[in-house]
Design a protein around this ligand. Structure first.
Ligand code: KIV
Length: 277
């Protein structure tokens, strides 16, 4: 039996055992109770309450506007739907960059109020102090390097990162540093697959890729993208596993037709008891 199949609940230690055993880690985002429950029942290893909620749930152009309170709302809904997966929650923009005390306070609120099991935050050496402080409170931390959407205005585009030697070297050094200070895992977003492979081979903690090729320890996708709910976003790295947009359009279109034609509800779909005196 697989490492993940043997445990009742996935923990950060399960993920580390999976890397050791060469078993790939599956991770998807979720933001609400009902979808988290479906994804958990399907057997996913890790659910990320991503700050991509800002895009796919709230309709913002970037991840920057989402607040700590909103992330806690999403995460607590997800946690109520999950019985096996490890639930990781993104620290939103502005909740950890100021200083390490602010980072710890944000994390304590998230852990107390949502019931999530770990936090993820973006960046390397520039957020080292914050990560160390969070870890010292006993909270597992997942790093996030490469394309870091919270810094979109610094980079200007969502193109592939670390395509120049100095940036690639810095990314590898940051990954080693994140392992050394005690992060349990790292997400690598949109970087050359050869670099992702090198990172995954150079550190002992699990490396989860999104747009980082196959030679890492696991993969993550945004649930709305892989289920075909998102309509405009079709990057090269995305594999769409369903076309829920078409299913919703078809179902809602049929409902509208039935209502307009007076075909809904029918006799089986209404209550008709005798009205007693
Ligand atoms: O917020 C998010 O969905 C993420 C994933 C893209 C890794 O950080």
């Amino acid at each position: 039996m697989s490492v993940s199949g043997k445990v009742k609940r996935i923990t950060v230690h399960t993920l580390q055992a999976m890397k050791k055993a060469g078993e790939k880690i599956s991770m998807l985002t979720a933001y609400d109770f009902s979808m988290a429950r479906l994804i958990d029942q399907s057997g996913i290893d890790v659910i990320l309450v991503g700050d991509s909620a800002s895009n796919v749930m709230a309709g913002h152009e970037t991840t920057l506007p989402i607040t700590l309170d909103q992330m806690i709302y999403h995460a607590s809904s997800v946690v109520r739907g999950v019985s096996k997966a490890l639930v990781v929650i993104d620290l939103p923009f502005g909740s950890y960059q100021g200083n390490s005390k602010e980072a710890l306070n944000s994390t304590i609120r998230i852990m107390k109020e949502s019931g999530a099991h770990a936090v993820k935050l973006e960046g390397g050496s520039q957020v080292k102090e914050s990560i160390v402080r969070i870890l010292s409170a006993g909270v597992p931390v997942m790093g996030h390097l490469g394309l870091t959407p919270q810094s979109i205005y610094k980079f200007g585009t969502y193109t592939v990162r670390a395509t120049h030697r100095d940036e690639a070297d810095k990314l590898l050094a940051d990954a080693k540093m994140l392992e050394e200070i005690g992060c349990f895992s790292i997400v690598l977003e949109k970087i050359p697959s050869s670099l992702a492979k090198k990172v995954a081979e150079s550190i002992s903690i699990p490396v989860i890729g999104i747009g980082a090729g196959p030679d890492v320890d696991g993969q993550v996708l945004v649930m709305h993208d892989m289920l075909g709910i998102t309509q405009e976003f079709k990057p090269r790295f995305l594999r769409q596993y369903a076309d829920l947009s078409s299913i919703v359009h078809q179902a809602v279109g049929q409902y509208i037709k039935d209502v307009k034609a007076g075909d809904f509800p029918n006799e089986q779909e209404m209550y008709d008891p005798e009205i007693r005196a």
